[in-house]
Ligand binder design. Structure first.
Ligand SMILES: NC(=O)c1ccc[n+]([C@@H]2O[C@H](COP(=O)([O-])OP(=O)(O)OC[C@H]3O[C@@H](n4cnc5c(N)ncnc54)[C@H](O)[C@@H]3O)[C@@H](O)[C@H]2O)c1
Length: 428
């Protein structure tokens, strides 16, 4: 047929460098990107870590091998390099070696996001960054400006946005089906066994707290569903000690006031019983005011209607009886080899990656100036649509986290978020 082209000539595939080879790369990012590789969106995957040990673990993972037979990545440093040799700057060499317009996935600890994202943008790459983008509002603004200058997309991976129930609620809220948000409660309590992990080395009072680490997911979600901005935050933290003796906020309650006067209470902690059906406890309740009646959004994100009792203690925390979420991330049989990832975790990674891929294809073949102008337009459309979190449309999250840290360290002081030309926080 005239005008018809072979599929292979129609669209390029992305080269991807993942910086960071830890838990989130193993559990979510790499399996999602492997699947996008076999569906043609991605061509080649490189992974950089601080040393070779996590890279070996990823390559030797029985689960990943079984799900993605024959697929692999290029490790930096190489597998054979001694694990005690550290390479904190190696990611720069790898990114410098990438052709412009590909994708860097940032999955290093929170405090390294800023410099890694910036380096990737300076080298003309698109970015998928795990939450939080950065720790300071001013850094988010700087990244937003740099991304706009380069016409590259920075997508922040807030996967709860892609949970179908969030998307259904967002559409309903926008259509006025519930009324106006007035009072809400969100809860995310992570398992007790987290206290025995590497958390005990970094989850200390001076660095973070349960609200900052996981409460932000639900604050982002209420912003995503309602479009309302938070204007005041106060967080009370309950201290305790990790097994290694380090002091931390192990429980917290956040109180967030919104621009229309609504109130959201956010309960967080590291303490859902290992013996309980889990792996954690979470959910969202939002009450709304309408004309002559009230509306309600109720999401039980903990018990999603599936419970399994295993023969052995293979559940989280060694439990046998469990609530199983088929909604976040699971590897399941599909029409191809191995298993495919399903769930909102996968859809969130795919949503960002496919948008970067689409923008690349829509501007391929244009002269450099025209391509840059068109990319900037397309990125502005993504910002305005508000589905993918970008620095331009989600930096309320950086303001909330800054306010929360100031508040918790001052015994739940009220901290205001002031918008306008120069958004900032102030002790209330
Ligand atoms: N729900 C979520 O959205 C979610 C869940 C878990 C983690 N995260 C985020 O993901 C990020 C990583 O978390 P994690 O649990 O995978 O951490 P992790 O400690 O398991 O892994 C961190 C990885 O970063 C690598 N690294 C450190 N410094 C590096 C450097 N200079 N160059 C290259 N690699 C370097 C380490 O080698 C390690 O592989 C954090 O920002 C965390 O907040 C998000």
């Amino acid at each position: 047929m005239e005008g018809s082209k072979p599929v292979t000539e129609q669209s390029g595939s992305l080269d991807v460098t993942i910086v960071g080879g830890g838990m989130i790369t193993n559990d979510l990012l790499l399996p999602s990107l492997y699947h996008l590789q076999r569906t043609g969106v991605i061509r080649k995957i490189d992974i950089c870590a601080l040393d070779s040990s996590p890279l070996k673990a990823l390559a030797e993972s029985g689960e990943l091998r079984e799900a993605f037979p024959g697929q692999s990545f290029t490790p930096h440093p190489a597998f054979a390099v001694a694990p005690d040799k550290k390479f904190p700057e190696l990611y720069k060499e790898v990114i410098t070696g990438m052709a412009a317009g590909n994708m860097v996935v940032v999955a290093v600890p929170d405090h390294l996001h800023y410099e890694t994202v910036r380096y990737a943008l300076q080298h003309d790459q698109n970015v998928l960054c795990v939450k939080p983008l950065v720790l300071k509002y001013d850094e988010a603004v700087e990244i937003e400006k740099l991304a706009a200058e380069k016409g590259r997309l920075v997508g922040i991976e807030y996967h709860k946005r892609f949970d179908r129930r969030s998307l259904v609620a967002k559409r309903g809220y926008e259509r006025g089906e519930f009324g106006a948000f007035v009072l809400g409660e969100a809860k995310l309590i992570e398992p007790y066994y987290y206290r025995f992990s590497n958390f005990q080395n970094w989850f200390t009072c001076d660095h973070t707290d349960p609200f900052t680490y996981i409460g932000c997911h639900y604050v982002d979600l209420v912003y995503f569903i309602t479009g309302l901005k938070p204007v005041e935050v106060s967080v009370y933290g309950v201290k305790g000690r990790f097994p290694n003796g380090k002091e931390a906020y192990l429980w917290s309650q956040g109180r967030v006031i919104w621009e229309n006067g609504a109130l959201l209470s956010v309960l967080n902690g590291l303490g859902y019983p290992d013996a309980a059906a889990g792996s954690n406890d979470q959910g969202l309740v939002v009450y709304c005011e309408g004309k002559g009646r009230t509306g309600l959004i109720f999401h039980d994100d903990h018990q999603r209607g599936v419970a399994y009792s295993y023969l052995e203690g293979i559940g989280p925390g060694g439990s046998q009886y469990n609530y199983v979420s088929p909604d976040f991330f699971r590897l399941v049989p599909w029409e191809g080899p191995g298993y495919k990832p399903i769930g909102y975790g996968y859809e969130s990674v795919a949503g960002i990656t496919q948008t970067i891929h689409r923008i690349g294809n829509q501007t391929a073949g244009l002269a450099a100036d025209a391509a840059l102008a068109r990319r900037r337009e397309l990125v502005r459309e993504v910002d305005a649509q508000g589905l993918l979190a970008t620095p331009a449309n989600s930096s309320i999250n950086e303001l909330v986290v800054e306010a929360a840290r100031m508040s918790i360290l001052q015994g739940a002081a009220a901290v205001r978020i002031v918008y306008g030309d120069h958004p900032h926080i102030e002790l209330g």
